[in-house]
Unconditional design. Sequence first.
Length: 284
Amino acid sequence: MEEKGFRESDKAVSVQTEAKFKAYIEAHTGKDLAEKKPREKIDTLAKASTAFMLMKAGTKRYNENVIHRKAEKIKQTLDLDDLHEVEINAMLSSPEKLRKGVNHQLNTLYAPKENLKDYVKKMKVLAENMPMDDYRTAQYNTMAKCIKEVSELDPDKASKDKIISKNYKLMQSIERNIQGKERVRRTPAGIDHFNTALDALSIMNDYNPALNDKTGAIVDKINYTRGAESSNHKDHVDIKEFGAARSIEAKKARAQRAKERRLERTLDKDKLKKKQMEMPSLRM
């Protein structure tokens, strides 16, 4: 049976649009690409893979600028930098080898693994405990939606393609929430949102060993940016400390902080009222 790849449902793609995507993929594959430098090959592979993913996802319009803009994200999500040169050369050799290579990466990184029920259960715990405050960004809202969608999967009925799609989209949303925010967040909300991304990443990593290298690279970059490579550094990130259990404790901490703020406001009001009562009244 032919692999369907990333396609979650049969989304109509016009013949003209599909032809443009295929032409782009053909222009970015071929045996002559094996002569390019390693970095050029990775960049070309990222672009070709992005075109393939957009086509399979049912993108209605072909836009080369969109392909180039999304290529860096696809490179990260498919972990293309971690491929051996032999694998890269194989994927670039033809459109068919590219299709097989992308599908292989999707299956390796995001396909259902053992303990799927437990995985979904942990995501449900995270969905129930992640912060949903008034300081959420659009990126965080997208990630929260992706977490919720994974938590609502039926392990007994969901198709392999559907689970791959949900996991793939969740990883992309996690990466968007982390990238550029590796330094220690300055506000409680910022810290909570960043840590929620790490909670989701930790759960994904726990249930798929194939993600270990990718997760390690993400965490290493955070610690490098913070200058916190040492495990005893106060800002050091250890992915093992994140996950569903941490999200429960974090929710309790947020509730306690909210309680303390309410108490402070009450005390401030009482002080103001007392001060007003103590002020001499002006009589005519």
